[in-house]
Design a protein around this ligand. Structure first.
Ligand code: PEP
Length: 259
């Protein structure tokens, strides 16, 4: 992390877990455990049907509400989809795009990820753009080539004035939901590489200012070491975000709540 230049973000990804009726008990348990941090933005990304509930319950606990997906279209005959304008209208501040589960199960292409990120930015919502390599790609030493392609495709046509509003999440596919975390050195190497790509595309200042998160089996035990890396500005957390004590411990591991 480098709090002088960029925001620390700890974002939970609830995926398709938790009922609307479970939000209040969760936040009631989480709130007293959360450190009083001014510089760490704490976010919970919930299914679209739970956005209103999270916005209501999260407010007092200073938890921002995020969504997990958005349509690449503005409006119209897209049954089941939710537009960026609909999310913004409710007060959503963040939205995940290009999560590896959506890329794998819903054939979400890099072109779609780019369109979705642009729609969110038009509505003032921060896209959390997920990139990451498969185990095969890592073993073939193709990690940075793949990430380079994904980042350039996701940010294609996004203006320098909007890049600071974006958050990138480096999520090695082999580490998601597997209990296999990237080592702190691996996370740092790729996050630093991503910052280099942003520098190449947009220049030094935007690169220094953009928050780059690590995601992939981050938990209460390994968070501090991962977050201590200079180019890891936070985490995108799946499983551990479903347990209030674990999620609070990860926020505390940003180190700013301990004063
Ligand atoms: C994720 O789904 O983005 C994720 C990182 O999950 P987990 O923390 O469970 O690996």
């Amino acid at each position: 992390m480098n709090v002088k230049y960029r925001k620390t973000v700890i974002a939970g990804n609830w995926k398709m877990n938790m009922l609307a009726s479970e939000i209040k008990p969760f936040i009631d348990e989480l709130k007293p455990l959360l450190p009083k941090t001014k510089t760490c933005e704490t976010v919970l990304c919930v299914p679209a049907v739970n956005v209103s509930g999270m916005l209501k319950q999260g407010r007092e606990a200073k938890i921002s509400c995020g969504a997990q997906d958005v349509s690449e279209h503005d409006k119209g005959a897209y049954t089941g989809d939710v537009s960026a304008a609909m999310l913004a209208d409710l007060g959503v501040k963040y939205c995940i795009v290009g999560h590896s589960e959506r890329r794998a199960y819903y054939a979400e292409s890099d072109v779609k990820v780019n369109l979705k990120a642009k729609k969110l930015l038009e509505q003032g919502i921060t896209p959390i753009i997920c990139v990451g390599e498969s185990l095969e790609q890592r073993e073939m030493d193709l990690t940075m080539a793949h990430i380079n392609y994904q980042i350039r495709a996701a940010l294609n046509g996004i203006d320098v004035s909007r890049i600071r509003k974006c958050v990138i999440a480096y999520e090695p596919i082999w580490a998601i939901g597997t209990g296999k975390t990237a080592t702190a050195a691996q996370a740092q190497e790729v996050c630093c590489g991503i910052r280099g790509i942003i520098r190449d595309m947009y220049g030094a200042r935007p690169a220094r200012g953009i928050s780059i998160l690590y995601g992939g089996s981050m938990n209460a035990k390994n968070a501090a070491e991962l977050l201590a890396q200079p180019d890891v500005d936070g985490g995108l957390i799946g499983g551990a975000s479903l347990k209030p004590a674990d999620f609070a411990a990860i926020v505390a591991a940003t180190g700013e709540g301990n004063e």
